[in-house]
Design a protein around this ligand. Structure first.
Ligand code: XMP
Length: 319
């Protein structure tokens, strides 16, 4: 009989057999897959594992701190947390094209990851939270090994120059099984049940140029939105929900004064795989509550809209 406890024990044995006394690095993003992979690997090989968390400064409010708390403090995993927000924001300065943003972030991510890996003296293996659906989609280059590249997807996609052997302990699992394994391993529900979050993070939710200031403004609005979604008990009914900062100013009135600030769009969709999506039908009372809070609490935003476009023809993200 197949059980998650049985899978866990077998996976631990398989990792030990593959890795021996080798050293393993694992890129941690705060998402479900890499989190579960890291905790499973740690159970198998303890301090032979080092996790590298490249913090590009484009995460949601509180998420970088949560990575430290969970992996370093609670699971005692060796964790390198590199705050590289300056480097990423500098590289993004002046960039408004969405694909350009993705490329800049993706290649910088690899550079910083390699830098940190060199600092810890290198490793024999690279661990990845590749899932079964990623394996099916993987591209097999003629004459070469089968390499998994979620092309516009994972920022952690590997360049060929990083020739390390791969450890992929989740290769046989689907997403819901990874979540079940995460629970089995004692990962907090906040991580295991988390909505998908794109590798380039807030950079593709700030339309136009990304600055530290725009990141801070968006983080505040996004936090309020997610807080209200959780408080209303709607988080698990939604596939993804997030705020988007538009490069548009509109006139408003606050007290005796006129404001001329940015517009924020809210998005929430239901989906089963992200390929198609429907708009989540919030009631108007919920939306006006969130809107009031954002406009009152976030300086720099004076108007809120709700995106009612399904996918297709829209995409889930705005960029
Ligand atoms: P779209 O916007 O194409 O998004 O409807 C479908 C799903 O993919 C996610 N997404 C990304 N994930 N890097 C990622 O890791 C990206 O560049 C990226 N772009 C979109 C999006 O959040 C949704 O879950």
């Amino acid at each position: 009989d197949w059980t998650m406890a049985g899978f866990r024990a077998e996976a631990v044995e398989r990792i030990r057999a593959q890795v021996g006394s080798g050293r393993v690095v694992c890129g941690l993003s705060g998402g479900v897959d890499s989190s579960v992979a890291a905790v499973l690997l740690h159970e198998a090989i303890g301090d032979q594992l080092t996790c590298i968390f490249v913090d590009h400064g484009l995460l949601r409010a509180g998420e970088a701190e949560e990575v430290d708390r969970t992996f370093r403090d609670r699971f005692n995993i060796r964790l390198v947390h590199r705050d590289a927000s300056d480097v990423f924001l500098k590289a993004l300065a002046g960039t408004t094209d969405p694909e350009r943003k993705r490329k800049t972030i993706g290649s910088l991510f690899i550079d910083v990851f390699e830098e940190e890996q060199a600092k810890i003296g290198g490793a024999d293996f690279l661990a990845q939270g590749t899932l079964y659906p990623d394996v099916i989609e993987s591209v097999s280059f003629a004459g070469g090994p089968s390499v998994t590249i979620k092309s516009h997807h994972n920022v952690g996609g590997l360049p060929e120059r990083m020739r390390m052997r791969l450890v992929e302990p989740l290769r046989e699992l689907f997403k819901d099984e990874v979540r079940a394994l995460g629970r089995e391993l004692g990962l907090p529900e906040a991580i295991v049940g988390r909505h998908p979050f794109p590798g380039p993070g807030l950079a593709i939710r700030i339309l136009g140029e990304v600055t530290r200031e725009s990141c801070d403004i968006l983080r505040k609005a996004d936090r309020i939105y997610l807080e209200e979604i959780r408080a209303a008990g709607l988080y698990d009914a939604i596939w993804q929900a997030f705020a988007v900062l538009l490069p548009v100013r509109s006139v408003g009135v606050m007290g005796d004064g006129r404001t001329y600030d940015q517009v924020c769009a809210l998005r929430a969709v239901t989906s089963t795989d992200g390929m198609t999506a429907d708009v989540y039908p919030f009631d108007m009372g919920f939306l006006t509550r969130v809107s009031n809070r954002i406009v009152n609490e976030v300086r720099g935003i004076n108007r809120v809209t709700y995106d009612i476009t399904s996918k297709p023809p829209g995409t889930i993200e705005w960029e």
